[in-house]
Design a protein around this ligand. Structure first.
Ligand code: MG
Length: 105
């Protein structure tokens, strides 16, 4: 079976509510590993394991609730704008240089 077929089968066999609970659990496990890393743990393998678990569980959320791809695209554009704004705000000296260049032209 391919990945999506297996994920669909998991929803059919264990039920939507169970797989939602799994997503919540896996998200918490990833959160826990990231917090351990912050406290100085050398736990890259554990983080990658939990990322894989979350990825599989998120695929199932998409099968249950539908694709979030269009919303994601809009959010990516907003994120791009935010990055562009932060670059301007964080380098005021560059901005003043820019104004000087505009005034000269
Ligand atoms: Mg896990």
């Amino acid at each position: 079976m391919k990945t999506q077929e297996i994920e669909k089968a998991a929803i059919e066999v264990f039920g939507k509510e169970s797989q939602k609970d799994i997503f919540i659990e896996e998200s918490a496990e990833l959160t826990k590993e990231l917090l351990k890393e912050r406290r100085g743990a050398d736990n890259l393998t554990a983080i990658l394991e939990e990322m894989a678990d979350v990825d599989i569980a998120l695929d199932q959320m998409k099968l249950i609730y539908g694709s979030c791809e269009k919303i994601k695209e809009k959010k990516i554009i907003k994120l791009e704008d935010k990055i562009a704004r932060s670059n301007i705000e964080e380098t005021p000296e560059d901005l003043s240089t820019l104004y000087m260049e505009v005034e000269e032209n």
